[in-house]
Design a protein around this ligand. Structure first.
Ligand SMILES: Nc1ncnc2c1ncn2[C@@H]1O[C@H](COP(=O)(O)OP(=O)(O)OP(=O)(O)O)[C@@H](O)[C@H]1O
Ligand SMILES: O=C(O)[C@H](O)[C@@H](O)[C@H](O)[C@H](O)CO
Length: 186
């Protein structure tokens, strides 16, 4: 059985964690995906990365490298233990980060759903969000690093967020994920 991992990516504040929680519940209701598990990718950051972000300093490629490998290996291992399927949140901002995730676990198929909202929308959310180390002053750097997947990047989907309520975003994300998984199983 090939392991499959769904990566929910995007800048801080796009809703990776919130959407993953709903997505995993919705998928578990379907017999074919009932074994799916969810990993919070931010929980795999070393403490030094968290402190850096909390102090308002953006992560560099070097800071992110080992974390991305860990995201790849941990999610791939989880998929192999959970009927071949796992959901993981991980910003995956640049193409080379997504390539690293793929190349670190070559036996696993990674599907990237990159959440995208305008800076205005995401800034509003981060101003509202309380008790999180990632503050709105980090947003420009997140957008500077963001490379949305182009059409020729395999197994990627961009989920647009503007002018949609949370319910609609959750529904569209579920639909996109199911459609990517189905396309490969046919
Ligand atoms: N689909 C959604 N349903 C409910 N709330 C949402 C949804 N998307 C975003 N939000 C709200 O927007 C804010 C940002 O969402 P969330 O923390 O899930 O984003 P994130 O991408 O995981 O952020 P970070 O990468 O900084 O941890 C939160 O306050 C959350 O309540
Ligand atoms: O690549 C990055 O810069 C980081 O992963 C961030 O995206 C944070 O982990 C996340 O957004 C926490 O708020």
């Amino acid at each position: 059985m090939v392991s499959q991992v769904i990566v929910l990516g995007g800048t801080a504040g796009t809703g990776k964690t919130s959407i993953a929680e709903v997505l995993v519940d919705d998928m578990k209701k379907r017999k074919e995906y009932e074994g799916v598990e969810y990993i919070e990718g931010d929980s795999l950051h070393p403490q030094a990365n968290i402190e850096k972000m909390a102090h308002g300093h953006p992560l560099t490629d070097e800071d992110r490298w080992d974390w991305l490998k860990k995201v790849s290996l941990t999610s791939s291992e989880s998929a192999s233990k959970h009927k071949g399927l796992c959901i993981v949140t991980c910003s995956s901002l640049k193409k080379k980060y997504r390539d690293l995730i793929r190349e670190t676990s070559p036996g696993t198929v990674f599907y990237f759903v990159i959440l995208y909202g305008s800076m205005e929308l995401i800034a509003e959310r981060l101003v509202e969000r309380k008790g999180h180390y990632m503050k709105v002053d980090m947003l420009q750097s997140q957008f500077d690093d963001l490379e949305l997947p182009k059409d020729d990047e395999p197994n990627c989907h961009i989920q647009y967020l503007d002018n949609k309520d949370f319910r609609k975003i959750n529904e569209e994300t579920l639909e996109a994920v199911v459609s990517m998984l189905h396309k490969d199983s046919n």
